[in-house]
Design a binder for this molecule. Structure first.
Ligand SMILES: Cc1cc2nc3c(=O)[nH]c(=O)nc-3n(C[C@H](O)[C@H](O)[C@H](O)COP(=O)(O)OP(=O)(O)OC[C@H]3O[C@@H](n4cnc5c(N)ncnc54)[C@H](O)[C@@H]3O)c2cc1C
Length: 391
């Protein structure tokens, strides 16, 4: 109901609507029934991953010739919202594949696309996107991983932590300093690192508060030998490439946050619409009605911000600031409103096994990954101080 109204306001193309509806049906049938169990067991959702690929829900913006859906950023956002409405960890998995697939599609050679992109979009392999290090989280310029040239290609040394799919990835796109990068602290390269390469190892799986089915671990590279063709894109331009792809990533996380919020609102409405129950007075109370109204209003604002950022990106206009605004607003709203939803439903919503309890936990990380809320504020403020974006 909520999404249908929103759909009418979003002036979607047939392709965007078709993808959104496909993702919505998939989320209802294949994701939502397993969400609580996945949260509880914290296992990788392998079956859902394979089904998602068969449904054409991986690589939304990647050309069909490589196995993608050949659609646009707005379609990607719509798919992320719907999948997250089923369970945020599944949306995050779709988002991870989208980032890696976008980099491979835009920067890869024909051989790299055949070897990594095609099997990835069939869910025959799993990928990681490895930037964060113990001393380089928000400040990626402090990155310490290095790749030195040798007679057989490159030798990679360093470690990455909190890497999505780290415990299971077949390959990772790793940002490191390369010989071409010595002169400039932002000059880095992206390396495709297969888990079978000597010197590659993984840390233990992290135990997280929310989005528990997303698998996270450290990755270690100790004199890890890479072939000469392991560089993705231009040697030395990796940081720049990563920043561009993160624009789409932030739109995706904003949409994931919106999907979480929608799920919270749907559950609150279900709970408070039950007039036969003893709590009908509560349902009519101003506290509940204001909470519902505020939640729906913030959802509406988030939808508009996400759609605007996505449309700019699809028109080839830099959307960095708008993507940051959408991510900041939607993630803050998701944490706030899932918390209020728990409050409204009292001990029921607070009890393990209740969907609202999970949504509250799942929402928190949206303020942290793909750039924290503080980092989004810095990006937005810098853009304005440099004379960019007139809101
Ligand atoms: C579930 C999950 C999945 C993840 N997946 C991946 C992945 O797949 N690949 C990957 O590379 N990384 C991944 N990360 C890591 C994530 O990108 C980092 O956690 C994030 O960039 C923040 O870095 P940090 O945790 O080191 O925090 P820090 O950078 O140490 O920041 C700590 C706090 O200080 C604040 N802060 C930092 N700098 C400033 C500043 N200049 N001004 C004001 N405040 C500041 C931050 O906002 C934050 O509140 C994941 C993290 C999580 C939780």
């Amino acid at each position: 109901m909520l999404s249908t109204e929103a759909e009418a306001c979003r002036s979607l193309t047939d392709q965007q609507r078709t993808l959104m509806q496909k993702a919505r049906i998939f989320a209802r049938k294949e994701i939502a029934p397993h969400a609580q169990e996945l949260d509880w067991t914290a296992k990788f959702a392998n079956t859902i991953y394979k089904k998602m690929a068969r449904q054409g829900l991986l690589g939304i913006t990647v050309p069909a010739k490589w196995g993608g859906a050949e659609s646009d950023t707005l379609s990607y956002a719509l798919v992320m919202e719907e999948l997250s409405n089923g369970y945020a960890s599944i949306a995050d998995l779709c988002g991870l594949v989208e980032l890696c697939a976008t980099l491979l599609n835009e920067l890869g050679t024909e051989a790299q696309k055949q070897r990594y992109l095609v099997p990835l979009l069939k869910a025959q392999t799993t990928c990681s996107f490895a930037l964060t290090e113990p001393d380089a989280g928000s400040d990626l310029a402090a990155l310490a991983a290095t790749a030195e040239k040798n007679s057989r290609g490159f030798i990679l040394n360093g470690s990455k932590h909190f890497i999505h799919n780290g415990p299971i990835c077949d390959f990772a796109l790793v940002l490191a300093r390369s010989p071409a990068a010595k002169a400039d602290d932002r000059a880095m390269s992206i390396f495709i690192v297969e888990s079978s390469y000597p010197g590659f190892s993984r840390g233990v799986k992290e135990n997280k508060m929310g989005q528990r089915a997303s698998q996270l671990s450290s990755l270690y590279f100790k004199d890890c030998q890479l072939p000469p063709d392991a560089v993705l894109g231009i040697d030395g331009d990796g940081f720049k490439h990563m920043m561009v792809v993160l624009e789409r990533g932030r739109i995706g996380i904003a949409a994931l946050s919106l999907g979480l919020m929608r799920s919270a609102l749907e559950n609150v409405l279900k709970d408070t619409a039950d007039k036969d129950r003893a709590n009908s007075a509560k349902a009519d109370s101003q506290t509940v009605q204001w909470a519902i109204a505020n939640m729906a209003t913030d959802m509406y604002a988030a939808q508009a911000m996400i759609a605007q950022a996505a449309r700019l990106k699809d028109q080839g206009i830099p959307a960095n600031t708008q993507a940051s605004m959408a991510k900041l607003f939607a993630s803050e709203a998701a944490v706030k409103h899932t918390g209020i939803a728990v409050q409204i439903t009292g001990i029921q919503g607070y009890t393990q096994g209740n969907v609202l309890e999970r949504l509250y936990r799942d929402a928190k990380v949206t303020q942290i990954y793909e750039g924290t809320s503080e980092v989004q504020r810095i990006i937005i403020a810098r853009s304005l101080q440099r004379g960019g974006l007139t809101p």
